[in-house]
Design a protein around this ligand. Structure first.
Ligand SMILES: *Cc1c(COP(=O)(O)O)cnc(C)c1O
Length: 424
């Protein structure tokens, strides 16, 4: 399709958008007045209007039933709460319901998964990670390695882009895996890189990791709800995520895990256990000796945070209704349109470089714009003109038009704002 950088053209795209009505289901922040453009769903997704109803239902259950709400709360008894998100989460990550569970926060889950799946033995002690991984992940990697009495400098193999480049070549990732073969205990990468927006080839990486005898896990913070995933089919060992970014569960909303079916019954795996992972039927017998639930549920520690999980369910219901494939179709279009407009206002290529891959299979909705010869002032001007995006030091603006609630016209408007901000 030939794209045009005009409002009329953007409006036509909106009119033809089969899922445009979903925007109505969200509260749109008007921080800079009406017309504020929110392109920050990669950081904190917007509030579904239905979240309030879900939360009020739980508050009412608590008010009227007290502890009885665990089993007798009207719609969703708290004792079984982890079940209610399973279908939707399984759909989003391409797993089976017993392979996923919503719990804790992302970093906690990363520790729990590394405790089980990072098992250094002799020379097989190394972990392949991204150079410049999200800081929380880096701290988790280092502390997990130290806890085993090992040295992070020796054990972490960081994948860095080639000289002068910003992205990783799949070929280089696979070569690194091959080179370190029998020294590798684990490969642990983002699904979508948080800084560049690069969507890695999870299937190829998993296959290569397994071929050399390593475990393979992914941090899906920027992938879940953004790109289609097929963790079960790809044979991924485990994954973790948070739900407050593309999944719109609200600030600090619950994280989640995926544990492949083949590990779900394995009682030999070391794990940090808690009572909520104990066999459900006998949990309240309060017996000695941990007997895990089957599947991912067996990694649960604590009883569910009902209030934030209620908001999570409100949003998951919307995702289940729209479906991954309709979302992805619109997402690709929105991002291609954004890319087109940025390239048009940056024809001499002097100011902006889009470092996110230009192939749609290798990215989600977010574009990372690297600014040459400019500092954070351009971001401040864009913000003042009414667009909410974010800035990552030293010089990257991350811009995410989210298919559930953003429009093509907003992409057009953002282009206008960016252009004016560059001129000043
Ligand atoms: C957002 C994000 C986190 C945040 O971790 P929390 O434990 O949810 O605070 C961690 N890792 C990555 C890659 C992220 O993008």
């Amino acid at each position: 399709m030939e794209f045009e950088n005009t409002r009329a053209f953007a409006q036509v795209l909106d009119t033809n958008d089969p899922i445009r009505s979903y925007r109505e289901k969200f509260h749109l922040p008007q921080i800079h007045g009406p017309g504020t453009i929110y392109f920050c769903g990669h950081s904190l997704g917007l509030q579904p209007k239905s979240a309030q109803t879900y939360l009020l239902e739980e508050l009412k259950g608590w008010a009227t039933l007290g502890v009885e709400g665990h089993f007798h709360s009207n719609k969703r008894p708290w004792f079984y709460y982890h079940r209610f998100s399973k279908e939707a989460l399984a759909g989003l990550v391409g797993g089976q319901p017993q392979e996923v569970v919503s719990m804790n926060g992302l970093t906690t889950n990363l520790h729990l998964m590394m405790f089980s799946f990072y098992r250094p033995i002799g020379k097989r002690s190394k972990i392949i990670v991204e150079a410049g991984a999200f800081p929380s992940d880096q701290y988790a990697f280092e502390s997990q390695i130290r806890y085993r009495g090992l040295d992070p400098d020796q054990c972490l193999i960081e994948l860095a882009p080639r000289q002068g480049e910003y992205l990783l070549h799949t070929e280089d990732i696979l070569n690194t895996i091959g080179t370190h073969g029998d020294e590798l205990a684990l490969i642990l990468l983002g699904g979508v890189q948080y800084y560049t927006g690069q969507f890695f080839d999870l299937g190829a990486i998993t296959e290569a990791g397994h071929a050399v005898g390593a475990q393979v896990g992914f941090d899906l913070a920027h992938a879940i709800g953004n790109v289609p995933l097929q963790l079960h089919q790809d044979g991924v060992d485990f994954a973790v995520w948070c739900s407050y970014k593309y999944l719109n569960s609200g600030p600090g909303g619950p994280g989640g895990i995926f544990v492949h079916e083949r590990h779900g019954q394995n009682q030999e795996l070391p794990r940090l256990a808690g009572w909520w992972g104990y066999k459900e039927e006998d949990r309240f017998q309060m017996k000695k000796g941990f007997v895990p639930m089957e599947g991912a549920d067996g990694w649960q520690l604590s009883n569910v945070n009902i209030l934030s999980s209620a908001a999570h369910l409100a949003s998951l219901e919307i995702f289940a209704e729209v479906g991954v494939s309709a979302l992805r179709t619109k997402s690709e279009q929105l991002t291609i349109y954004l890319e087109h407009i940025i390239n048009e206002i940056n024809q001499d290529g002097e100011n902006i470089k889009i470092i996110t891959p230009n192939k749609k299979v290798a990215r989600g909705c977010m574009l990372s714009l690297l600014f040459h010869n400019m500092d954070k002032e351009v971001f401040d001007r864009v913000t003042a003109s009414g667009a909410i995006v974010d800035w990552r030091e030293p010089n990257v603006m991350r811009v995410a038009p989210v298919p559930l609630y953003n429009t093509f016209e907003e992409v057009f408007d953002f282009g206008q704002m960016l252009q004016k901000s560059l001129e000043k």
